[in-house]
Write a protein that binds this ligand. Structure first.
Ligand code: ADP
Ligand code: MG
Length: 557
């Protein structure tokens, strides 16, 4: 007597299913990538847990993935000898959406109705992609260390059933009952083609049936290299393989923008393979606290996702793997918190990422612009966070300026300095709460008249960031709205006598203004700043920018 229980999918799961099935039809192949990715993760997890309890392997010591097709029953099976799932894990992992960020993202997608494949790919479609090609999915699984197996069945329409299953081997076996328009996945050549393009980077053997005269037999053979990608020599790895690997570790659907792959030997011994995504993953906005996608391995054994421990917060967009030869295999999260070796690793990795960004910026300005549009704000955080690398990060910053016609025509500080006339000693900038407000600011008039370029800082974070960036390349950064501005040095000096005369003539007017404004201002003075406007507000050097004052006031300070 076996009790079959029915469960309803969480509402959000139904939404995900709907979006995935309807938006990814033309990217159907990805279901196989996702299932293999999960099988590989499951093998990694078992190998890690078995470090402290070798009995978890039981009789099956081999970690592997097997794929087979049954053309009579029109089923495709992906099985692994990984960690498996308990009953609770099945319900939790394949019936709910664990990450709260995903939930908000889905709500937003469903609301706008503009869900295209790229957007959906941002959260990594995962297991549910099976329903793109299958009208029924059976998951049979037995967790390592448990005697009890479970069978999970669903047609992806809102419910799943769960029942105990006897005689299962350790790990997970997923059977897809293919839709009639997806039967080409039964073709041996089709499967082989997909595995060949996608799975060489998977570190565990993937087995496919041996073919005899084009027909599958009962024997299996390994179809991939089954060596961890990062352990292989760079020259032997194609861009396609790097991209496939990126999608696996980065849980991303889009290609990576660039990567850096290095082996370090000496004081520390480690290999790193770090990727820059081309698109910000959705949880950048919705899941600030959770950082995923940078995996720590020790001697080829996956230990944990350890992005927080291995890179500073402002580089949280980086994805990839770090494989250390020096850390102990039994490292725990606690141990990672205060580990000097890890601190050194962290600064080495930070340098690698900054090197990579430098390289992209130098080699391919268009590509760097893409990066900047997605992650520029994070580098600005870096200026405030990473004292030691401040100058390097500043080199990577991009700003709008009075020399550009559009807000996205951006300049680097080096380019700005390259255009500075010999008489100019400081880097001038102006902060405002929008690009338009910045470029129409009366503060600019005097400088414009003298053709002096000014950087226009109009993003919210800029005011905060610039507080940490007092100089670059030996030149100080000067807010043109603060303190005295000596314009004479910069352009045609005006006749000194004439100006004194002007000041005298204006003395009465200035006094009237001062009387009128009273305590509202500290001082009223005749200014060189303006050419058209009648008056502008100027702050003392140490004052807070006006729009910041407005912001704080609005926030109730
Ligand atoms: P992700 O892989 O990003 O976590 P998925 O939707 O692909 O998301 O999978 C959801 C969860 O289901 C996984 O995190 C894992 O816990 C579990 N899972 C999926 N496939 C397997 C498998 N083959 N073996 C063990 N657990 C699995
Ligand atoms: Mg997955």
């Amino acid at each position: 007597t076996t009790a079959v229980e029915s469960f309803k999918f969480e509402a959000e799961v139904q939404q995900v299913l709907h979006l995935v099935i309807h938006s990814l039809y033309s990217n159907r192949d990805i279901f196989l990538r996702e299932l293999i990715s999960n099988a590989s993760d499951a093998c990694d997890k078992l190998r890690f847990e078995a470090l402290s309890d070798a009995t978890l392997y039981g009789e099956q010591g081999e970690l592997k993935i097997r794929i087979s097709a049954d053309s009579e029953n029109k089923t495709l099976t992906v099985s692994d000898t990984g960690i498996g799932m308990s009953r609770e894990e099945l319900i939790e992992n394949l019936g709910t959406i664990a990450r709260s960020g995903t939930r908000k993202f889905i709500e937003q997608l469903s609301a706008t109705q503009k869900a295209d494949a790229n957007l959906i790919g941002q959260f990594g479609v995962g297991f549910y992609s099976a329903f793109i090609v299958a009208d029924k999915v059976t998951v049979e699984t037995r967790r390592a260390g448990s005697d009890q197996g479970w069978r999970w069945v669903s047609d992806g329409a809102g419910e799943f059933t769960l029942e105990p299953a006897a005689g299962l081997s350790r790990g997970t076996c997923i059977t897809l009952h293919l839709k009639s328009d997806a039967e080409d996945y039964l073709q041996p050549w089709k499967l082989r083609g997909l595995i060949n393009t996608w799975s060489d980077h998977i570190a565990f053997p993937i087995e496919l049936p041996v073919l005899k005269e084009g027909k599958p037999t009962d024997e299996f053979e390994v179809a991939n290299q089954a060596a961890a990608l990062w352990t292989r020599p760079k020259a032997e790895i194609s861009d396609e393989e790097y991209q496939a690997f990126y999608k696996h570790v980065g849980h991303d659907f889009n290609d990576a923008l660039a990567w850096t792959h290095n082996r370090v030997e000496g004081n520390q011994n480690f290999t790193s393979l770090l990727f820059l995504p081309s698109k910000a993953p959705f949880d950048f906005t919705y899941n600030r606290d959770e950082r995923k996608g940078l995996k720590l391995y020790v001697k080829r054994v996956f230990i944990m996702d350890a992005a927080e421990q291995m890179l500073p917060n402002y580089l949280r967009f980086v994805r990839g793997v770090v494989d250390s030869d020096d850390l102990p295999l039994n490292v725990s999260r606690e141990l990672l918190q205060n580990n000097r070796q890890l601190d050194k690793l962290k600064s080495a990795l930070t340098r690698r990422v900054l090197d990579l960004l430098d390289k992209v910026a130098n080699d391919d300005a268009a590509k760097y612009a893409e990066f900047w549009a997605q992650f520029g704000a994070l580098l600005k955080e870096g200026v405030t966070e990473d004292h030691g690398n401040r100058e390097r990060i500043a080199k990577l910053l991009r700003f709008a300026s009075t020399k550009s016609e559009k807000p996205d025509q951006l300049t680097s500080l080096d380019e700005y300095i390259g255009r500075m006339p010999a008489s100019q000693e400081e880097i001038f900038y102006l902060t405002a709460d929008s690009w338009n407000a910045a470029r129409h600011s009366p503060q600019l008039e005097g400088l414009k008249a003298r053709s002096v370029e000014v950087l226009l800082l109009h993003e919210r974070i800029d005011e905060w960031m610039i507080g940490y960036l007092h100089e670059y390349a030996g030149k100080s950064l000067k807010n043109i709205a603060k303190g005295e501005l000596d314009l004479d040095k910069l352009g045609e000096p005006k006749d000194k006598e004439q100006r004194e005369k002007l000041k005298q003539e204006a003395a009465d007017t200035v006094k009237r203004f001062k009387d009128l404004l009273g305590d509202k201002v500290k001082e009223v003075r005749v200014s060189d700043r303006l050419t058209e406007s009648a008056a502008c507000l100027v702050l003392e050097d140490q004052d807070m920018a006006l729009h910041m004052q407005r912001l704080l006031k609005a926030a109730g300070h």
